[in-house]
Write a protein that binds this ligand. Structure first.
Ligand code: AMP
Ligand code: MG
Length: 419
């Protein structure tokens, strides 16, 4: 049986970064930029005012104080979006609003707060300057944010709201990003019923389709739900063929040692099995391989196949460990690992069979230190435990027990991540 690291390495060695696609900037959040972005303009385009006030010649404010204002004649008003046709000559000022271009002749802005304006003692057509300003005061220089010709964003950057804003400031409406992978999801099990159907005796609702699709979406993929296959090769093969235009095909269930566990055989027939067991708990039966698929345009290619275990908790945890990094790599991301922290464990954990345990835990910070406690019973069918957990305590395969108070590694499931 291979280790978690070996399994991940085998998977990632089969993953290629996908091609780029042009999209409206607002639709690219979380995707990776596939082109360098240069600016063809200065931003701001012109020197402009940082404040509402008066554009002046700084030398005209020399000696101005509260007690003895320097009076300047107001010759024009300029608002953001307009350019004043007047020039500030000695002894004059132009009323100016934030963002408006600095008029000719002026070299500083005096904010309204530093004039007699706010005290309502001004004289019409004049402004009393109540303090000295230096040349350049409250002027935002042309190109101080972005200079024309410079590289503003580099290939490989993940698009977040600030990048969307910067692209908009350059006047870019579309941008090339690495496309999102399509992940086809097929669940197996004669006991499964879709959530839109009544529940007959002996059956259960299919939750894996939905938890896996939610995970795919959370990590930036596009989910393609194929539905429920029965536990027979024929049913599985027929449904699987609906997903061969995807980038990854994920199945759940039918991958262990039971009489009706046909996933492995189907994978062997339709493609190639790379491994099907990993030394971990939950989730020992995880199959990985490649299967013959075709692009939407009909060009033959291999697609990745991940056969996750059927147990709802195991399916989610093996997804986090193996499917998530594959999706992220396809999307061109560099950081593939979940953040891991050290915490004090508040209860013992026994590791009976030398596998790596991923125990669902609640992690809290108290007095600058992380503490982790288990969510309760760790059965891999107890899906509600995943709603309580924000991390997975890792017990290494060579560690038969962890004592209360030991320091453990915790892989965080929710860590500065917003839903
Ligand atoms: P299997 O891996 O097919 O042996 O399934 C292991 C356990 O997970 C069984 O109890 C199944 O009923 C359950 N299970 C399998 N697939 C799903 C699913 N899609 N939704 C909910 N439970 C499932
Ligand atoms: Mg089954």
């Amino acid at each position: 049986m291979i280790s978690v690291e070996q399994a991940l390495e085998k998977i990632l060695s089969c993953v290629d970064v996908l091609e780029g696609e042009q999209k409206p900037i607002l639709d690219t959040m979380g995707q990776v930029l596939a082109e360098d972005i240069y600016s063809t303009i200065d931003i701001p385009p012109l020197d402009n005012s940082a404040m509402d006030g008066y554009a002046v010649r700084s030398e005209d404010t020399r000696g101005a104080t509260q007690q003895s204002p320097r009076f300047l004649r107001v010759i024009d008003t300029v608002m953001a979006g307009s350019i004043s046709e007047c020039e500030v000559e000695p002894g004059t000022a132009i009323r100016i609003m934030t963002g408006a271009p600095i008029p000719k002749g002026a070299d500083a802005v005096v904010r309204f707060e530093d004039t007699d304006e706010t005290e309502r003692r001004g004289t019409p057509g004049k402004t009393g300057i109540l303090g000295e300003v230096k040349a350049g005061s409250d002027i935002r220089r042309a190109g101080e944010d972005i200079t024309r010709g410079s590289t503003v964003l580099r290939k490989g950057v993940v698009i977040r709201p600030p990048e969307v804003g910067v692209l908009a400031s350059l006047g870019r409406s579309k941008v090339t990003v690495i496309r999102r992978p399509t992940v086809a999801i097929l669940v197996t099990g004669a006991e499964l019923v879709d959530i839109n159907q009544p529940l007959p005796a002996g059956k259960i609702y299919d939750s894996n389709t939905y938890s896996v699709a939610a995970l795919v979406r959370r990590h930036g993929g596009i989910s393609k739900i194929l539905g429920v296959a029965l536990d027979s090769e024929d049913s599985l093969v027929a449904m699987l063929h609906q997903g061969l235009d995807a980038d990854i095909l994920i199945t759940t269930g039918g991958v262990s040692m039971g009489d009706y566990d046909v996933v492995k055989d189907v994978l062997a027939k339709e493609g190639e099995v790379v491994f099907w067991k990993v030394r971990m708990k939950p989730g020992k039966p995880v199959a990985f391989g490649k299967i013959k698929g075709a692009t939407k345009a009909g060009i033959a290619r291999n697609i990745l196949y991940l056969g996750l275990p059927g147990n709802p908790v195991s399916a989610m945890i093996t997804f986090e460990l193996f499917a998530r990094p594959a999706i992220l790599k396809m999307m061109g991301k560099k950081k593939l690992a979940k953040p891991t922290i050290e915490a004090v464990i508040e209860e013992p954990i026994i590791n009976e069979d030398g596998r790596r345990i991923f125990a669902r835990a609640i992690v809290e910070k108290r007095d600058g230190q992380y503490f982790a406690r288990l969510t309760g019973p760790q059965g891999s069918g107890i899906l509600t435990s995943m709603t309580l957990a924000n991390g997975l305590v890792i017990v290494p395969e060579d560690k038969p027990r962890v004592k209360k108070g030991d320091i453990v590694q915790v892989m965080m499931l929710d860590w500065n991540e917003e839903s």
